[in-house]
Design a protein around this ligand. Structure first.
Ligand SMILES: Cc1cc2nc3c(=O)[nH]c(=O)nc-3n(C[C@H](O)[C@H](O)[C@H](O)COP(=O)(O)OP(=O)(O)OC[C@H]3O[C@@H](n4cnc5c(N)ncnc54)[C@H](O)[C@@H]3O)c2cc1C
Length: 349
């Protein structure tokens, strides 16, 4: 088959965009440098906006077997507070990403794993458009000074303390970063963290840094945690990039990334993929780039500003401690915030 659309990166942003474009009649080639399932540092929590968007575009079935989430327990030092969450789910990235690729292929997309496309090839003229969905480092956005790095590992169910129950997101914040833990569909514990690089160095590595943060919260440290094969990421917080140009559109993390604490990255990825498809499906003309810039700002930019505020609070142990104390007394204080983050964007029909 000859293709008229190239999608680079088969994470949630790329597979959902590819599927939506194929459903609109485009002949889509989806490529990824990895073979799947592949490891991906991620908290594995899909918030209410992600769940509702997937359902709305007919992809609710990819969440089969996911663990429903209804609360987050946040520790700031030795204090903790529990906040109710609107409906979300926990699902491993191995399961989610493979299912989304399958859905794209069933809609007519051709998928080629193990295929790397260099950034300079974006905007190639032998296709109508190229969609850049190649994640955190794929969009060419420069890291912001002082940005934290990400880290993650998934621990086997047998070594996980019973304290970490199904249905709750555990977030421990400490000096130098935070660690999120959640049970996924097969009982394993997904651990995802953001750390100051200097803290990781002084702690002696990613595992010891996570142990330090859990210890300061007084939470049990899973026996495999310190010695596990952690995977790190480059700097997380990036300056927003141009999200469109001559024959290319950027979507998902490739369009700029801010802060994982609020667990919104996958919601942004699927909401913006669904918003991009009606634009990228049209025959190329320069006005489409401006259309995508406006749509991207509407779907994602305001939400990213909320996350910037959260990330500033998390930088200060004093402010984090105050926030946790306030939430312990009045958990309802979180409602306006959790409702805003879990509200799906209006999408074109
Ligand atoms: C510590 C941490 C915790 C997080 N927790 C959560 C959470 O709980 N909930 C949530 O919603 N989000 C969370 N996120 C964010 C979430 O992981 C991302 O926002 C999401 O994966 C973005 O999807 P994407 O499709 O844009 O990119 P990705 O999922 O990163 O996919 C990009 C794909 O592009 C491929 N690729 C890259 N370069 C090339 C190339 N040159 N050629 C071909 N292929 C290429 C990669 O192999 C990859 O498969 C977290 C992130 C971090 C770092």
């Amino acid at each position: 088959m000859t293709h008229d659309t190239l999608v680079i990166g088969a994470g949630p942003a790329g597979s959902v965009t590819a599927r939506e474009l194929a459903r609109r009649g485009r002949r889509v080639l989806l490529v990824d440098k990895a073979t799947f399932p592949r490891p991906k540092v991620c908290g594995c929590c899909l918030n209410g906006a992600a769940v509702r968007t997937l359902e709305r575009i007919g992809l609710g079935h990819v969440l089969a077997g996911a663990i429903p989430l209804d609360r987050v327990r946040i520790a700031g030092g030795a204090r903790s507070a529990e906040v109710r969450l609107p409906r979300g789910v926990a699902l491993s990235r191995e399961a989610l990403d493979v299912r989304l690729i399958d859905a794209a292929v069933r809609s007519g997309v051709e998928f080629r794993p193990n295929t790397t496309i260099l950034q300079r090839d974006r905007g190639a003229t032998d296709v109508n458009v190229t969609v850049l969905a190649s994640g955190l480092t794929g969009g060419g956005a420069a890291p912001e000074p002082g940005s934290r790095i990400g880290a993650g590992v998934v621990l086997g169910a047998a070594s996980v303390p019973a304290f970490y129950t199904d249905g709750t997101i555990f977030m421990a914040t400490g000096r130098g970063g935070y660690v999120g833990l959640v049970r996924v569909e097969d009982g394993r514990l997904d651990v995802a963290a953001a750390f100051d690089p200097a803290f990781v160095k002084s702690a002696g590595g990613l595992g010891p840094a996570a142990e330090d943060v859990l210890g300061s919260a007084g939470w049990p440290v899973p026996s495999e945690l310190v010695g596990a094969a952690w995977k790190g990421t480059p700097a997380l917080t990036r300056r927003p990039v141009r999200v469109a140009g001559e024959r290319f559109f950027a979507v998902g993390d490739a369009a700029g990334y801010v802060e994982p604490f609020t667990g919104e990255g996958m919601a942004w990825a699927v909401m913006s993929a669904a918003a991009l498809a009606p634009i990228a499906a049209r025959d190329w003309q320069p006005g489409l780039a401006r259309e995508w810039e406006a749509a991207h700002a509407r779907v994602v930019a305001r939400r990213q500003r909320v996350c910037r505020v959260v990330s500033r609070v998390l930088r200060s142990p004093q402010l984090t401690g105050l926030a946790v104390r306030a939430l312990a007394l009045v958990p309802g204080l979180a409602v306006p915030f959790t409702s805003a983050l879990n509200h799906p964007a209006q999408l074109p029909t």
